[in-house]
Every structure is written in C-alpha cells, then in structure tokens.
Design a protein around this ligand. Structure first.
Ligand code: HPA
Length: 274
C-alpha cells in the first residue's frame, strides 16, 4: 500500500455526492454476471468513472458502478489483478465502502471447482483462502492507521455469516446445505494448468479463481466481517477431460445467478433490512 493511498481513498469518498451516501452497513462486491441482481436493487447509482481515483473495469460482464441502497451498497464490477491493476486499485472499493460505513462485506465470484463433490452450477461458501497471487495489498508502509500492521486472518470468512447463509439457503429450499470450501487465488488471466490445479488441491484448495483474495485481505485489515460465495462455473482444469472457456464460464454463471441473487436477497433481508 502506497503512502498516498489514504489520499486516494479520501478523494474517492469526496466524489460521492453527500445526498447519495445513505447509511450502508453492508457492502457487496459482485463478480461475473451479477448485473441482473443489481437491477433488482433500488438505489442511486454512481458510475465508476465519476468516482475519482477509481479505475474503470475492462472485462465483459462487469458493469462498473456503485449502487447505494438505503442500508447496503453494491459494487457492480470489480478490478482484477490480471487486468493489470495495482493492488491499491483493486482494494480501493473496499476502503471506499468502509468509509461510507460498511462493516460487513459480501463478495461473490466465479470459480473452478477442484473438489470432486462440487459440480458446475453450484454455489459454494468460501471458508478460507490461499493467496497465490504473489502479492499482498497491504505490503508497504502502514501510516494511515486504517488497521493493524499484522492483521489476523484466522477467521477471514465469518463463521456467523456462513451459518446465516446456510440458514437462509435451507429456508429457500433446493435441498441440503451449501457446501463450503477453500478458495485459492491465482493471478490469471490464463486458466490454471492441470498441474497447478493439482498443486492447489494438495495445498488444501477446493476452488480456484482469479479474484476476491485482495478485497478480503483489505476487508479483514479494516475489521470487516466477510461472507464469500463462489459460483462453481466449471470444474477446474484437469478435473474433467475437457478444455475451459470464458464462454462456458459466463453461460454457467448466467444459470447460477438467479439462485445466488435469491440467496443474497435472503441474507440482506436479515442483515440489512431496509
Ligand atoms: N479458474 C480460475 N478462475 C475461474 C475459473 C477457473 O477454473 N472458473 C471461473 N473463474
């Protein structure tokens, strides 16, 4: 984290018109294809290009605006390491949400399933992560006093929020509990090789993806409680005997999005009633 980072955060906060800020206590950072969820949320929009210091997403399927509802705020579109953004850029939205009052962060992503009990099209709660990005967003001076120098990561994905998500999912039917798993973040943009997937599996990973970990590190640094949900859009490379494609990832994501949206709405009605 660079010394001027606090200045960037302050500038981003200043570019949100005060009448739009509301009182969000829960923040969501949504991955691939969740535009249709955001459309169902009533609130005021601030396009990323109107938030000073914000990068503008480049990936297809990532819209790029902040929607502020009365009790929660949604980042529709995130910044990925593989796009070339710096770690500071990637975590800036988390600091902005924090500065608006958010203390609970919900992150979603698309992921490849490693664990054989997962199947494409399934929602999995993230219970922990392995950072294989080769970088940490908190590296650098820590003069801004946002959080501790050495943040604890022993319960990065809140047990309480996972239990709540399980309860909401059970109440919504669909049979059985959501599975839980460890998410390993690779830098991308290549999908992993089968050997890398095997390495991740031996390390204890159940899911692979290219996002989420920087934001969760930042959120934990800021003392936020985190819930992470992966949509398993494909089995990871080498698990099945077939190649991976972004097209397949997007198509499966589109099929899973209604279920994820329902889960998110159910969770929000419990922790961020409007
Ligand atoms: N690997 C990495 N990222 C992903 C995958 C995958 O298999 N599927 C969706 N995002």
């Amino acid at each position: 984290m660079q010394t001027s980072f606090a200045g960037r955060v302050a500038e981003a906060v200043r570019s949100i018109p005060s009448e739009k800020i509301g009182k969000p206590t829960v923040g969501l950072i949504l991955g691939s294809g969740l535009g249709s969820f955001v459309e169902t949320v009533e609130g005021t929009d601030i396009p990323y290009n109107e938030i000073r210091e914000f990068p503008v997403p480049t990936v297809e399927g990532h819209a790029g605006f902040l929607r502020i509802a009365p009790s929660f705020a949604v980042m529709a579109g995130r910044f990925h390491y593989y796009e070339g953004w710096s770690m500071d850029d990637i975590v800036l939205p988390v600091f902005l949400l924090y500065s608006l009052g958010v203390r609970t962060l919900i992150v979603t992503n698309a992921a490849g399933g490693i664990r054989r009990s997962f199947s494409a099209g399934e929602l999995v709660l993230i219970k922990d992560h392995i950072n294989l990005l080769g970088e940490n967003p908190l590296r650098g001076p820590n003069p801004q006093g946002f959080g501790p120098r050495f943040p604890d990561m022993s319960e990065s994905y809140s047990k309480k929020l996972r239990a709540l998500a399980q309860e909401v999912a059970a109440g919504q039917g669909g049979g059985g509990n959501l599975q839980e798993g460890v998410y390993a973040a690779f830098a991308g943009p290549t999908y992993e090789t089968p050997a890398e997937v095997e390495m991740a599996e031996r390390m204890g990973a159940d899911l692979v993806g290219m996002s989420t970990v920087p934001e969760v590190i930042a959120a934990r640094y800021l003392g936020m409680e985190v819930l992470g949900v992966s949509m398993v859009t494909n089995m990871a490379a080498g698990i099945l005997d077939k190649p991976l494609s972004h097209q397949e990832v997007m198509e499966t994501a589109a099929q899973v999005v209604p279920g994820l949206s329902r889960l998110l709405r159910g969770i929000l009605s419990r922790i961020a009633p409007s």
